[in-house]
Design a protein around this ligand. Structure first.
Ligand SMILES: CC(C)(COP(=O)(O)OP(=O)(O)OC[C@H]1O[C@@H](n2cnc3c(N)ncnc32)[C@H](O)[C@@H]1OP(=O)(O)O)[C@@H](O)C(=O)NCCC(=O)NCCS
Length: 152
């Protein structure tokens, strides 16, 4: 293949990738707080070469706990992952931004919605929603039993 046709092929691929990126790019949420940023590494991959879902879930659990931590004033535990959707794969080198907001404050529990946005390697500034989840955390006492959340 000549260098000219090779370059042409490269441009076609780049144009196609750019077009695809434009179709899935979204705006960052304005009604949620940025609670975590992470860049996954090669050691976090699954057998497909994408980032292992369990790694993403662990980061979401950590990110989701940030706002509840302000309310519970002490120990807490994750009681439920109510929903977890992997909308797009996460890739090595993505800059991940985790946004969160409270959806419910109960007697002893607090539920948050977490959304994760990726800026692909070499496409920074374009945001793709890769994950969304709902998690519930419970304030617990020294014996691991639920206790009342007094802050509102
Ligand atoms: C969290 C834990 C203390 C709750 O104890 P429990 O006896 O189930 O408590 P309760 O039934 O009184 O429920 C406590 C709160 O959790 C909520 N909850 C319980 N099960 C839930 C579920 N499946 N989904 C959503 N919320 C749930 C209840 O609605 C209640 O909230 P509210 O008081 O705001 O209405 C206990 O389940 C536990 O220790 N789980 C293990 C936690 C853990 O190891 N997490 C992983 C590592 S952090």
């Amino acid at each position: 293949m000549s260098s000219e046709s090779s370059a042409h092929t490269g441009n076609t691929v780049n144009a196609s990738a750019e077009a695809h990126l434009q179709t899935i790019t979204v705006q960052l949420p304005t009604d949620k707080e940025l609670v975590l940023k992470m860049i996954p590494m090669p050691a976090d991959c699954n057998a497909n070469g994408d980032i292992f879902g369990g790694w993403v879930m662990a980061q979401v659990d950590t990110a989701g706990s940030v706002i509840p931590a302000r309310y519970v004033d002490g120990r807490m535990a994750t009681v439920a992952v109510n929903q977890f959707i992997f909308k797009q794969p996460v890739k090595v080198g993505d800059i991940l931004s985790f946004f969160s907001s409270v959806t419910r404050i109960g007697t002893t529990s607090i539920t948050v919605q977490v959304e994760v946005y990726a800026e692909r390697f070499r496409a920074q500034g374009h945001y793709i929603k890769v994950t969304e989840a709902s998690l519930t955390y419970v304030a617990i006492d020294d014996f691991g039993k639920p206790r009342k959340i007094t802050k509102r």
